[in-house]
Design a binder for this molecule. Structure first.
Ligand code: UDP
Length: 252
């Protein structure tokens, strides 16, 4: 049951983790806030940073601005939760982007709300659309586009023709965060959500880690096993850990 939220409810407590301000919310609260943002129809946007993105933000002020300007900043993964704990300012709950989207789709389906799927290789968003409308009866997929376009304008026009409640933006980080911030003023959408590789999972061209790995908080290791090319970017994980511990010990 969704309760109406007032403007005040949309302002959450934010917790700083190495410069990125995370909303301290439960999954239910995050989904409710997302629905309320959709109703405002102001092209609000949600980001789901993991430790890797936090470390990218430290080197890229444009990305940091795009992330911290988001209307909802959700902690995707155990690394952020542990980091916040070590810093002495715990966050309420881990909110994996893909589970956030699934929770939201369930609620949106009940209301017959609309989604536009943007991102991934040609054909993937179409396949994701078919799977999602089969799985979440009532959810309306009103448009799709791959994520390898050159000009924004025709894509924005295509999205605005359908004026969706939710626009999924799966272009990978940092492209999707920068794209959402830059194009929000031109978009007629309720809410955007930057969800990286989720489109591939929804289309079943990539798999999530099995439940047993997820329970052990080893989803990152599973992704590395499946795609060893991720090793370079994953070097940010230990760097994140050292930075958090250093900040805790020396308060710098
Ligand atoms: N992608 C895209 N356009 C681009 C670059 C990437 O649509 O210009 C897609 C890519 O096909 C993949 C997703 O963005 O579906 C990024 O997936 P990845 O697993 O790297 O993202 P993560 O979940 O780790 O942020």
């Amino acid at each position: 049951m969704i309760e109406a939220l007032t403007g005040k409810d949309l302002i959450a407590i934010r917790i700083d983790v190495l410069g990125v301000s995370f909303d301290s919310v439960t999954m239910t609260e995050a989904a409710n806030k997302a629905l309320a943002f959709m109703e405002c129809r102001n092209a609000a946007y949600v980001v789901t940073p993991n430790p890797e993105i936090v470390m990218l933000c430290r080197d890229d002020s444009c990305l940091l601005s795009a992330v911290n300007s988001a209307n909802l900043v959700l902690p995707d993964g155990i690394g952020i939760i542990k980091g916040a704990q070590i810093l002495g300012t715990p966050l309420r709950e881990k909110i994996p982007g893909i589970e956030f989207a699934e929770t939201l789709f369930g609620l949106m389906a009940e209301k017959g709300m609309t989604v536009f799927l943007l991102g991934a290789k040609p054909g993937v968003a179409d396949a994701a659309g078919l799977k999602l409308s089969d799985r979440f009866k009532g959810l309306k997929i009103v448009g799709t586009n791959d994520g390898y376009f050159v000009n924004d304008t025709p894509i924005i026009d295509k999205i605005n023709e359908t004026s969706p409640d939710l626009l999924l933006v799966c272009l990978g980080a940092p492209k999707q965060e920068l794209w959402m911030q830059k194009n929000a003023p031109s978009l007629k959408v309720g809410l955007m959500a930057g969800l990286g590789g989720s489109m591939d999972v929804f289309a079943c061209v990539a798999e999530r880690a099995p439940e047993s790995w997820r329970k052990l908080n080893l989803e990152w290791l599973y992704r590395l096993k499946e795609d060893p090319r991720r090793l370079g970017r994953m070097m940010n994980l230990p760097k994140f850990g050292f930075k958090v511990i250093g900040k805790r010990l020396f308060r710098k």
